[in-house]
Design a protein. Structure first.
Length: 133
């Protein structure tokens, strides 16, 4: 954690926005390790408005599993309601329409992510979902 804290502090000192995220791939974000990590970080830097949290980057599961996990575990990053929490969406952050149809409504300052990799994705395949969201 010493290295992570040093990088976060350097960003804060220089007015840079920081996204603290958890890359777990196909794993479940609700792990005790992830929750402990975000709780530790959030408790120490939650008063800085330029800190954002992304507790589950590119979930591979569907929104019906993602949404309840966000609701249950968001308290680990929600120490200051002004900080933004970025919610990953279904299928590697590629289905924002699923989140739009069943949004996470327990808190303010929630953002949903959409990942588009220009080198490997067709715009036509993702435009309908983005437009719907």
């Amino acid at each position: 954690m010493t290295s992570i804290n040093a990088v976060i502090q350097a960003c804060i000192d220089n007015g840079i926005y920081v996204i603290v995220d958890w890359h777990v791939g196909a794993g479940i974000y609700a792990s005790d390790t992830a929750m402990s990590f975000f709780k530790t970080i959030a408790q120490s830097v939650h008063t800085y408005p330029n800190i954002m949290y992304e507790p589950w980057n590119e979930p591979t599961v569907g929104w019906p599993l993602i949404n309840p996990l966000w609701k249950r575990n968001s308290r680990h990053t929600r120490y200051d309601p002004a900080n933004i929490i970025i919610c990953g969406t279904s299928q590697w952050d590629q289905k924002p329409q699923d989140a739009a149809a069943d949004p996470f409504t327990d808190y303010q300052n929630i953002a949903y992510s959409m990942h588009f990799d220009a080198a490997s994705h067709s715009v036509a395949g993702y435009s309908p979902g983005i437009t719907t969201a």
